[in-house]
Write a protein that binds this ligand. Structure first.
Ligand code: BGC
Length: 680
């Protein structure tokens, strides 16, 4: 690659650091794209210098763009094609937040590898996934793209996702570095303000998981960190990403985020942004062209920049080499692509991602006479945000599957005909958010279930017919007012291509739900941000003392906490044991717990182990998830689940940002049991 680099002109080098959409190479530049072209400020010569492409429809378009480009380019370095395959390309997997409910990294990895096959068949070499931003505020539209509020889950699922992509050769770009998930008040693109110790302790974990699994690129965030936009933030990109996380790959901006530093009022103009970008360590700028337009002139004034440019270009060339583009820059149609396996994986993942929050009558007996109500009864568009080539016409509506189980006598009511509903024995109400209610630029100030649904549910509850609420949503909602009026609640964060089958199978017990929440459901919107692993307060909550951490109008308790989720099986936890109560770091104990299925229904259970550091030199969370295992239990079967404690389960960042372990006692919690450990 060094040889190629040596032969490039400065303009050609800067082109390698520029990403634009595909249309520019194959559209009629003089006519249709005039507006957009003006904004990008590139002439035809410069367009054919650029090095990477954002988004592509299919392999034919990819081949056409590549061919047109290679014919015109002097150096013949192929373009690399990147795009947002977030939870599937054609076959849509559950959204990342839904996948996190599965607590099953192996399945998540399988899902990613199926998505990788499909993405690559479309001509992509890189996906802009995973989004490893830790989230604590369900008003933020993008919580749906995340793995939720817990740093360990973020690590594990980011790791599994990247491994899945890699297993098929798809390169991946983890985003958005760093702490984009902390947008103030849940408002997208808003300020982010957090301390370094908070960044290190909680927010880096997801990106670290992706990088340790071998993510090839990192995308910078739209937000500031310590008042400097992430895209030009030297501390973030050099000290943290390259230094601490040892990331060796390519750093790319988010869409136009380099020039948005002008709106942040931290750069004066395009050229100032370009200098600050390359100096901070930004390799590729996405959807803007300040490097290409400014840096050649700037290197004459400041030859130091040349070195930075060369290093960045070399990383891009190595990325292209890794993608196999120098061997074959084109994509042949992949005739062997079999989506039936992807659909099966999508089903398996969705079946473990649906969460049962309340249960009085499920699973339903097939003979029960059912009223099927709500928007999602006949809706095919259930794929969730960012579903790329997923075609809602290829999905089936819920009524089709309910019909399959309950062949006669079930009624679909579009207009809530109360007289007819009265003649049935059970109401299934399938409602909630659409795919357009969450995602980028889809933050909400009000996450209460709508008044319309609340009124409807209260009205239906007067009929004294059991109600099953199936809630479709992209984020945790406030459902406090309706919980007492329904008998059963199944919730999911958009399950993808197999949504309807999984919902029906779960209602009728063909699937036994095993999902647990990766993000807390608040009881009231005023509690947001709310997350389980908050620090211990100096005035912890006490019911009788008003001067303790509480509200005077609502309780502190969430509606459903992180980790909550029921099963049709009845699991009992017993015999929590620790092999040695006193330990040193060289002799850490194993924790054992017996889980028994006390029902006649086979089920899966995620066993979660939390730890509380009882005393430390800095305030520590009330508890933190440290390990988990998912097990399957046959009717009446018992299993002993073991967790070997690791040093990292006990460690934390101190004020000097050093990861340390302090001696003392720790409490280890599994379900309703706990034990003590004394570290000497
Ligand atoms: C989003 C990124 C995405 C990029 C490219 C941006 O607006 O924030 O997550 O990867 O667009 O589509």
């Amino acid at each position: 690659m060094e040889d190629i680099l040596k032969n490039l002109t400065i303009e050609e080098k800067l082109g390698q650091l520029t990403m634009i959409p595909p249309f520019f190479y194959i559209g009629d530049l003089k006519k249709e794209v005039f507006g957009a072209l003006t904004e990008l400020k590139l002439d035809e010569k410069k367009i054919f210098l650029t090095g990477s492409v954002l988004g592509i429809q299919n392999h034919e378009e990819m081949n056409l763009v590549q061919k047109t480009y290679l014919e015109k380019s002097r150096h013949k370095i192929p373009l690399i094609f990147m795009g947002d395959v977030i939870h599937g390309a054609v076959t849509i997997m559950p959204t990342p937040l839904a996948q996190a409910c599965s607590f099953n990294p192996e399945l998540v990895k399988k899902g990613a590898s199926e998505s990788a096959k499909e993405a690559m068949s479309k001509g992509l070499q890189v996906t802009f996934s995973p989004m490893s931003d830790l989230v604590r505020d369900p008003r933020w539209g993008r919580v749906n793209e995340s793995f939720g509020e817990d740093p360990y889950l973020n690590y594990v699922f980011s790791y599994a996702t990247v491994k899945g992509y890699k297993s098929e050769g798809l390169l991946s770009c983890v985003k958005h570095f760093a702490a984009y998930g902390l947008s103030e008040a849940g408002k997208d693109y808003n300020t982010v303000d957090l301390s370094r110790i908070n960044l290190f302790s909680y927010f880096l974990s997801g990106y670290e998981g992706a990088i340790n699994a071998g993510a090839d690129l990192v995308m910078t965030a739209f937000n500031t960190f310590e008042y400097v936009p992430a895209t030009i933030n030297k501390y973030l990109l050099k000290d943290v990403l390259r230094g601490k996380l040892k990331f060796k790959g390519v750093i790319i901006s988010d869409y136009d985020s380099l020039l948005q530093t002008i709106n942040h009022r931290t750069t004066l103009n395009d050229c100032d942004a370009a200098i600050k970008g390359i100096t901070a360590g930004l390799d590729i700028e996405m959807a803007s062209s300040s490097y290409l337009r400014c840096l050649s002139e700037e290197t004459k004034k400041n030859p130091e920049l040349l070195k930075l440019i060369d290093e960045a270009v070399l990383r891009v060339l190595k990325l292209k080499e890794k993608a196999g583009l120098f061997k074959d820059p084109y994509k042949k149609k992949d005739l062997s692509l079999d989506t039936s396996k992807a659909l099966k994986v999508s089903y398996d993942l969705a079946s473990e991602s649906i969460v049962l929050l309340k249960n009085e009558n499920l699973p339903l007996n097939k003979k029960t006479k059912v009223s099927l109500l709500g928007k999602y009864v006949s809706e095919k568009d259930v794929l969730g945000p960012w579903s790329w080539h997923g075609d809602p016409n290829n999905t089936d509506e819920l009524s089709k599957y309910i019909n399959a189980y309950y062949k006669s006598d079930f009624e679909i009511f579009e207009h809530y005909d109360i007289e007819k509903i009265k003649k049935t024995e059970h109401i299934i109400l399938a409602i909630g958010e659409t795919r357009h209610d969450s995602g980028e630029a889809h933050s909400k100030a009000d996450i209460n279930i709508s008044l319309h649904y609340e009124t409807l549910i209260k009205k239906l509850s007067k009929l004294n017919i059991p109600i099953t609420l199936v809630l479709y949503t992209g984020r945790p909602l406030v459902i406090t007012n309706i919980v007492p009026f329904v008998n059963n609640i199944l919730v999911h964060f958009h399950l993808g291509s197999m949504t309807s089958k999984v919902v029906a199978d779960t209602i009728y017990g063909i699937n036994n739900p095993s999902g647990k929440l990766p993000m807390t459901f608040p009881r009231h919107i005023g509690q947001v941000p709310i997350y389980y692993n908050h620090l211990s307060s100096g005035r912890p909550y006490q019911e009788t003392d008003p001067y303790t951490m509480k509200y005077i109008d609502i309780s502190n308790e969430p509606m459903y906490e992180f980790g909550y989720g029921l099963s049709y099986s009845k699991f009992k936890y017993s015999n929590l044991e620790i092999t040695n109560k006193k330990a040193t770091l060289n002799n850490l104990p194993t924790i054992k717990v017996t889980v028994t299925n006390e029902s006649n229904i086979k089920g899966k259970e995620s066993v979660l182990m939390y730890i509380k550091d009882d005393f430390a030199s800095i305030a520590r969370p009330v508890k933190e998830l440290k390990q988990f295992k998912k097990i399957i239990l046959k009717p009446y079967e018992s299993k002993v689940v073991e967790f070997k404690l690791r040093k990292e389960d006990l460690s934390f960042y101190n004020q000097d940002l050093k990861k340390i372990v302090e001696k003392g006692t720790f409490t280890i919690y599994i379900e309703n049991l706990y034990t003590e450990l004394e570290l000497e």
